[in-house]
Design a protein around this ligand. Structure first.
Ligand SMILES: [Zn+2]
Length: 564
């Protein structure tokens, strides 16, 4: 039995859950975890919200509430939406909770004492009206190189050059619209160059990582690592544990991954075994697997392992970081600031969570960006889930009830065609297991649907509706084989569409609790109970409505919603 600790990237608590989050790091993790449980591994799935940073404190000021209120509001909303999609985390915490503060401060102190953190004084732009230093994305001005307007504090989109914010011509604060002043400040930097050799050594054995992840890491390493500031001047964050540093907090990218540990600690405490988290984090045999979107790769493969290496506790380092690419929407880049996304809460008002699980799994952005289109959503539900899988169940069960009173037995001898059909399904089931294990959700989904395709073809070729008039036995054999295929499908598809497969098993009177080993337990008899439609078809007008809603709520005005 393997010990596996799975995490999904912490979601930023300044907005609701959208399908980009789901496709990027939640659904693939949930499917992986479900599969690992089916094969009997000891796996826990940990997540939560990233509660700190400028956007949350600005939003709180706008609403006249404490930042904690905003963070807690979205923590609750995200948790509820995940449940709506049947994404089952073992714990969902938030980084503004007390235990997280303590452990984040310990991380900082340990790195400082080990000599990996340095203090520096620097000049930064400061908004006098809002009394805060401005992070790069909160400043706009004229590019010092190409003189074009609208360059950000970190980069010019026109010429592509990287900019140091204090060199911008006519800088403006994007919060107040006023001209910021230059002010001196002190920050602490993580000395990443000092980790380079150790990181390279550690990454040597990670040849099994996804190509997109490895390419990303090595391009970072080869450009040369730079020292990175790990503190900010802000009041909403983890205070740094040093004397006379009021108003200095840890930068969100430093404390956010520590949230995986504090969330595991919370899980252990809730279980009444407060030391249980150590069984996972301090166990060299634990496979620590971080699911995330590609924008999070450098944090989890370079900065986070460096932080873990220099702690007093012997933390396990990431075993794998299966990062996904991005999900686009109707051919355009998704954007929460332009409201160009599908919010899970809205989706759930109209459709079942299982359908989204299916479509996002079948179309997962595993090796390149993929696109979510409402018309394609409808096509996948109607043409695949209904016309292939639903059809096989429906025709088999209705026929069984009509001619056999729902009772189907295995014939003493199977025809060669029947035996071949079953063998093929078993072989495919093996491939499906391998695909789940390799984070290939798309492939697993396609292969599982192939079993249903094989079943329909077999049903057509053996013509039970015709055979039954001559020999009930031959017709029964077809129904037996098809039901057996459906039994296999109910196991192999359960990580992706767990509720639908539970319903399917209920129709065949099979127990809801399953294990991957059940694949080998061939049934001798089936008793089909009440038959109902597995999935509902989606009408054109339902899709038209979604497209209208999407376009009607799209906003042109840009708001700054991301981390700062
Ligand atoms: Zn420029």
């Amino acid at each position: 039995m393997e010990k596996i600790l799975v995490t999904s990237a912490l979601t930023y608590a300044n907005g609701k859950l959208h399908i980009g989050h789901v496709a990027g790091s939640y659904l693939n993790a949930d499917i992986f975890v479900r599969y690992q449980k089916l094969i009997g591994n000891d796996v826990i799935y940990i997540g939560g919200t990233d509660d700190y940073g400028t956007p949350i404190s600005l939003k709180a000021e706008e609403e006249g509430v404490a930042p904690r209120i905003i963070a807690e509001r979205y923590n609750k909303s995200i948790k509820k939406d995940l449940q709506g999609l049947n994404i089952q985390l073992d714990n969902f915490s938030g980084t503004s909770r007390p235990r997280h503060i303590k452990i984040s401060q310990d991380f900082f102190t340990n790195l400082l004492e080990a000599g990996y953190v340095t203090k520096k004084t620097l000049k930064q732009l400061y908004d006098k009206k809002y009394k805060r230093f401005l992070a790069d994305r909160y400043i706009e001005g004229i590019c010092p190189y190409c003189k074009s307007d609208g360059a950000r504090g970190d980069q010019c989109d026109n010429c592509g050059k990287l900019i140091d914010a204090i060199n911008l011509i006519e800088p403006k604060s994007k919060i107040s619209g006023e001209t910021p002043i230059i002010k001196e400040t002190t920050h602490w930097y993580l000395n990443l160059p000092k980790f380079e050799n150790e990181l390279r050594e550690w990454l040597k054995i990670k040849t099994y990582w996804k190509d997109n992840v490895r390419n990303f890491i090595f391009s970072w390493l080869n450009e040369g690592l730079k020292e990175r500031a790990i503190t900010r001047d802000l009041d909403w964050g983890v205070p740094i544990p040093l004397e006379n540093t009021k108003g200095k907090v840890l930068y969100v990218w430093f404390d956010a991954p520590i949230g995986y540990i504090s969330s595991t600690q919370e899980w252990a405490e809730n279980k009444g075994q407060p030391d249980l988290w150590k069984d996972y984090w301090l166990n060299p045999n634990t496979k620590l697997i971080h699911f995330l979107g590609k924008d999070n790769i450098p944090f989890h493969t370079i900065i986070w392992p460096s932080m873990l290496m220099k702690q007093k506790y012997p933390y396990v380092l990431p075993y794998d970081v299966p990062a996904n690419e991005f999900l686009n929407l109707e051919g355009q880049k998704m954007s929460t600031s332009h409201n160009w996304t599908v919010w899970v809460e809205d989706y759930l008002k109209y459709f079942n969570g299982e359908l989204l699980r299916y479509v996002l799994a079948a179309n997962a952005p595993e090796t390149k960006d993929s696109d979510f289109c409402w018309k394609d959503f409808q096509a996948k539900i109607n043409n695949e889930l209904n016309n292939i899988l639903g059809n096989l169940a429906n025709r088999t069960f209705i026929f069984a009830q009509k001619c056999f009173n729902g009772k189907i037995s295995k014939p003493e001898v199977l025809s060669e065609q029947s035996q071949q059909t079953l063998n093929e399904a078993c072989k495919i089931a093996d491939y499906i297991g391998g695909s789940y294990n390799n984070y290939q959700v798309r492939k697993a989904s396609r292969l599982a649907m192939d079993i249903a395709r094989i079943g329909n073809k077999y049903f057509d070729e053996t013509q039970p509706w015709f055979e039954v008039k001559k020999s009930k036995k031959i017709a029964e054999e077809t129904l037996y084989v098809c039901t057996e295929l459906l039994r296999i499908i109910s196991i192999v598809y359960s990580p992706i569409i767990p509720k639908g497969m539970k319903k399917l098993r209920k129709m065949i009177n099979l127990p809801g609790k399953i294990s991957w080993k059940d694949l080998d337990k061939k049934q001798i008899k089936f008793e089909i109970s009440e038959v109902s439609q597995l999935f509902k078809k989606i009408e054109d007008k339902e899709i038209e409505k979604q497209l209208e809603l999407l376009k009607a709520t799209q906003t042109v005005e840009e708001k700054i919603m991301e981390h700062g």
